[in-house]
Design a protein around this ligand. Structure first.
Ligand code: HEM
Length: 560
């Protein structure tokens, strides 16, 4: 036991030393690049020094130290404030911007961090530097097992781009038309059926109440990723063959992702020895990968490849790798990561959207009318048939209000206020601020903090997304999916799912909730915000074309 411990400790020390070596290499690398950068900067400075306008402008360049922000304690900086933030990390950062202004500095141990709500600064940084903060605990997990690292698990100087190319396949506009929409439209009736199965009639109030709401949306988002990437429907029969339930899978992923972030922002002890938190994360990651693989293998066969699916497109891209990478291993890691990253966050977003729809009674009718204009009157068949309503890229384009409604819901109540976290791979000057290599920059998008750029930013106004609106959100804003080379590769899959869910809801039901005419508040004490479906209840009234079907449902429920 003693010897095992010593061996393990030595191994850990060795691995920390390795990491330190990595850091030295990183510094060496960035030193040489900053040498060439500074040579270029010198030429530019010589040029600009001749011009009085630039002389004046140059004087205004701020450094990290010039930025406002909390003073923090010696050595640890603001670490304890962050750990104590009872209202959640997101709100802590947002509060800093409220207290100190649009761009704030903060120190966490030896980490320099800038939080900015300034879209112009964020945009300039994203254009100049693709560096991202590495998720060190997840990186360690992958390196120890010789598994391909995701971009966010690689250092900026490593080759993360090859892997990212595989992810980017899901963002290509032609695949939205040829893969995402045709695959997801076949889940329209399934979404309505899961919903219906979980509606319980309340005789007194004469409406149906949604039970197990989280389970319904988790299932929809899980099935959506499986459909787009593997081309298969995860029917109840198929799901029963998995060694786990889909809810278990989602919970597992939520916990281990949260553990990664806690380790990342915590004491860093896990780098010296495997702390309990690290071991929990490790077990969760291992299980998450195995369970994803189990699901992928289930639909690996050619029979599901009849209609274009993402799997083959990703494999085709991997076949272009230049070196001797194990291509299939890369593809498997990408497919598993899409499944792990794509379920919970989209589910939480759809929950918020449902409550938003239930809050906006007037819009419910307008959205309904728009779907009638585009698809005709709704029918029971859309609920009971195998695939439901057929939505095509062409019909989708016509649903302008539905799109604006979904866009506005995501803008105003998105569940993660800090959309991107960059770590600069070189020194840069952006919007008059000199930011040094290694600084972490968080792009914040909190409607309560950006009135300066977006009129009536805290109000729900879908019309602001119409062309030419003077309430428009400037293009420099990234929205909830982040920006630049690191943005969410699942954006188009997620948005299509959200969009389809909205169309189906508006077409078949009238919604309301237990918080009257106000959207229930989001709980933001966890890393990702969420709307508590147990606390606030969601009610459904089927539209007229479903009346008979739901009368039957009432009778069946009454019997039980
Ligand atoms: C409403 C739903 C979603 C939101 C708000 C969201 C948001 C984000 C954000 C903010 C990032 C980090 C971007 C950055 O660092 O700049 C991200 C990364 C990522 N997202 Fe999403 N996402 C959503 C849905 C999805 C879906 C459905 C999938 C999969 C199909 C997915 C897959 C990923 C992956 C794989 C990454 C990591 C990319 C990398 O490491 O380079 N996401 N997402």
């Amino acid at each position: 036991m003693q010897r095992r411990f010593q061996h393990q400790t030595l191994k850990n020390l060795f691995s920390v030393l390795h990491q330190q070596q990595d850091q030295i290499l990183l510094r060496k690398f960035s030193y040489s690049s900053s040498v060439s950068n500074s040579a270029e900067t010198k030429v530019q400075q010589d040029e600009t020094a001749k011009c009085p306008y630039h002389q004046q402008k140059q004087e205004k360049i701020l450094t990290f130290d010039d930025l406002p922000g909390p003073k923090g304690l010696p050595l640890v900086g603001s670490l304890f404030d962050l750990m104590r933030a009872s209202n959640g990390i997101q709100n802590y950062f947002s509060q800093l911007v409220g207290d100190y202004g649009k761009t704030v500095k903060i120190k966490l141990l030896n980490k320099r961090m800038i939080i900015t709500q300034d879209p112009d600064l964020a945009n300039e940084i994203a254009k100049q530097d693709e560096g991202r903060e590495t998720l060190e605990p997840a990186r360690k997990f992958k390196v120890e097992r010789g598994l391909p690292q995701n971009p966010v698990e690689s250092y900026n100087y490593e080759d993360w781009y090859d892997m990212r190319q595989l992810y980017n396949i899901a963002m290509r506009p032609e695949f939205v038309q040829n893969v995402i929409i045709p695959q997801l439209t076949e889940l329209n009736s399934e979404f309505l059926q899961y919903l219906t199965k979980n509606l319980a009639y309340d005789k007194e109030k004469d409406h149906f109440e949604l039970q197990n709401g989280t389970r319904v949306v988790n299932r929809y988002t899980f099935n959506s990723v499986v459909k787009v990437f593997m081309g298969a429907k995860m029917t109840d029969e198929a799901a029963s063959k998995l060694s786990y339930s889909i809810d278990e899978f989602v919970n597992l992923v939520v916990v281990f992702l949260d553990n990664i972030l806690k380790l990342q922002n915590g004491s860093q002890l896990y780098k010296l020895f495997k702390t309990k938190e690290y071991r929990d994360m490790e077990n969760g990651y291992e299980l998450g990968l195995n369970r994803s693989k189990e699901c992928i293998d289930m639909f690996d066969k050619g029979e599901y490849a009849g209609k274009p699916r993402m799997k083959e497109l990703i494999e085709e891209r991997a076949s272009k790798f230049q070196d001797n990478k194990d291509k299939q291993l890369y593809v498997n890691v990408v497919l598993s990561s899409f499944l792990m990253a794509g379920v919970d966050i989209t589910a939480r977003t759809i929950v918020v959207l449902m409550y938003r729809l239930a809050t906006e009674k007037e819009f419910q009718e307008k959205l309904y009318q728009e779907t009638v204009e585009v698809f005709g009157e709704p029918t029971l068949d859309e609920l009971t048939s195998e695939n439901g309503l057929t939505i095509t890229p062409e019909t989708l384009k016509k649903l302008k209000l539905c799109r604006a409604f979904a866009d506005e819901s995501l803008r105003l109540n998105h569940i993660i206020k800090s959309t991107s976290t960059r770590q600069l791979s070189k020194d840069i000057v952006a919007s008059g601020i000199k930011i040094e290599q290694g600084t972490t920059v968080m792009f914040l998008e909190d409607p309560a903090r950006y009135q300066q750029w977006v009129k009536k930013s805290t109000e729900f106004i879908p019309e602001r997304h119409e062309r030419g609106s003077d309430l428009a959100v400037p293009k420099t804003f990234s929205g909830p999916f982040g920006k630049g080379a690191r943005k969410c590769p699942g954006e188009r899959v997620a948005f299509t799912e959200i969009y389809f869910a909205l169309i189906n809801l508006a077409r078949h039901f009238r919604l309301s909730h237990s918080n009257g005419n106000t959207l229930p508040p989001l709980n933001e004490t966890t890393t990702l915000g969420y709307l508590d479906m147990n606390k606030y209840h969601l009610y459904f009234k089927p539209r007229e074309h479903l009346a008979e079907y739901f009368e039957q449902l009432k009778k069946t429920q009454a019997k039980h």
